[in-house]
Design a protein around this ligand. Sequence first.
Ligand SMILES: [Zn+2]
Length: 304
Amino acid sequence: MKFNIYSGGILDRAAERRNDAEWLAAQLVHPATRLVPVWRTQNLVRRDGTTAHAVRPHYATAGWLTELGAAPIFLGLVEGVAHFALDLSRLADPAVLPELTALGEFVELREVGALLSQNDGVLLAYARGLIHWHRTHGFCPRCGAPTASRQAGHIRQCTSADCATEHYPRTDPAVIVLVSSGEHCLLGRQARWRPGMFSTLAGFVEPGESLEEAVAREVMEEAGVAISRIRYHSSQPWPFPSSLMVGFMADAEAPVPLRVDQTELETAEWFSRADIAGFAERGRSLPNRDSIARRLIEDWLAKD
Ligand SMILES: [Zn+2]
């Protein structure tokens, strides 16, 4: 199976260890343990020409970082070695610590996603997603009392004894679809994207809606196109900040005139394979290589 970037990889989440306080305490100070630092929305990486690497220092040399951050979050095991995400967001600026910046630079994951190994992409996306959830769920949505991290960072529990509700990390499903009709596919662009970039249509799944219904609704709302034969392609964790992209292919009967909803899209068009091959000449581009959108388009282009 071909995994999309930010998924696959060899990380064992070892969920059965999340309640094992004694084991976790020992792992957290084990010299071989590795830390995965996150500062606000940014991951620590080292760039090296056309590749990038996750910086995940050993506890033996970087244990001092745990004094600076929030409670470490157990991510799992990579080849038997425990990995903990470490939220350093309380630092006003990581640049104040030369020992930290000597390890690497904090960057937005999407800037380097396509340059990372599969394993590094998985680790950094997972760490970013969990830390974002912790940073935005400090208070109980039921009663407003503060919440506290439990189970090595995989639950936040309300600290009010009357409530004590357990809250789990959120993943919001979104559908993304390549609609085609014979030799043409439907791509659109949002005004906030970089100039000239066109991508597949996408949107969040609403309560009470199946994935297939969400796909059909989004395409009808955004482009006024009725589709059929909606079929699953693949999925991708998309922690920007907390989505799961569920990718589909679908058919339209003909490349019908579009009725573009301009509150959602700046424009949408039917493109042939030849049109897409000529994108660069016309100042147009496809989505970044780290995205499932790009993979849907490339898989369609590669079809006979
Ligand atoms: Zn509560």
